[in-house]
Design a protein around this ligand. Sequence first.
Ligand SMILES: CCCCCCCCCCCC/C=C/CC(=O)SCCNC(=O)CCNC(=O)[C@H](O)C(C)(C)COP(=O)(O)OP(=O)(O)OC[C@H]1O[C@@H](n2cnc3c(N)ncnc32)[C@H](O)[C@@H]1OP(=O)(O)O
Length: 299
Amino acid sequence: MALVAGRKTFAAGKTLLLRAGVWLGAEAAARGGNGARRFVSQRVLVESDVTAGIATIKFKNPPVNSLSLEFLTEFIICLEKLENDKTYRGLILTSDCPGIFSAGLDLREMCGKNLAHYAEYWRAIQETWLKLYLSNMVLVAAINGASPAGGCLMALSSDYRVLADNPRYRIGLNETLLGIVAPFWFKDVLVNTIGHRAAEHALQLGLLFQPTEALQVGMVDQVVPEDQVQSTALSVMTEWLAIPDHARQLTKSMMRKATADNLIKQREADIQNFVSFVSRDSIQKSLQVYLEKLKQKKH
Ligand SMILES: CCCCCCCCCCCC/C=C/CC(=O)SCCNC(=O)CCNC(=O)[C@H](O)C(C)(C)COP(=O)(O)OP(=O)(O)OC[C@H]1O[C@@H](n2cnc3c(N)ncnc32)[C@H](O)[C@@H]1OP(=O)(O)O
């Protein structure tokens, strides 16, 4: 079966056709009598409460919810679908993989591939971020696992972050530990969240914060026991949805537009930077060594 997004076609597990943000093909969708709906794609699970106007996206790309091109494609489609359906005013982002929110960018997409692939991958990363960061919905991240690098960026792009209190669930932009550099727009989002000095410190050292530290530095808004992450996210959402949409949305846009525009005005140059950076022999070597270390950790 094929997943078609715009002009791209990827092998996937169900027939999903997207045109102008509308599902045209067969998807597993069930509607309960209580207003609950469930959409299933291979790597992204969407549950929604139509009455409350709240949807939940669960990342389901085991083992570590890495942001592969296939995952990103399904994720963007789901996000567009929710964004265009005025039923939904709030979106909770969480994980279906125990102990992992997201391991960030899929390192296999950045290793041993050709230049066209790197460009396509980076465009998908940009697109995902812009859609998340500029969403009209209220976004609450229910972070129920480790959240390094790109996983952290997804959480930081939400309006509010609830993190499970487990010391193994570290969060941060750890790119320098891999020998790579967080792009300027990752940096901008971090600076907007925790301030310039703390961001400079965290970025240079590639710090991954444990929950109490993340709360202290302002990277997350609440740390709660693991079994309360979802219920806390829901009660935060209810609070935010009490604000009239038009006023909140305009305010969000006012706060975020300059940061997003910074990337929008130089998207192609950013792609070229990524491609030439990641295709350097030295960077390929660093990424391969890092991946090998991850693999050997178990043995
Ligand atoms: C001159 C200046 C120019 C500047 C230009 C700038 C241009 C841009 C530069 C590039 C920037 C790119 C930005 C990147 C951001 C990122 O997101 S990079 C990804 C960073 N992610 C990580 O570091 C996470 C790595 N993973 C982990 O730490 C752990 O796996 C975990 C804590 C998430 C989970 O631990 P655990 O449960 O113990 O699982 P593992 O055994 O470690 O892993 C299981 C399995 O998954 C594979 N894996 C893990 N992470 C990734 C990943 N990110 N991508 C792909 N695969 C991953 C791991 O290898 C294991 O595989 P096997 O089962 O062994 O096959």
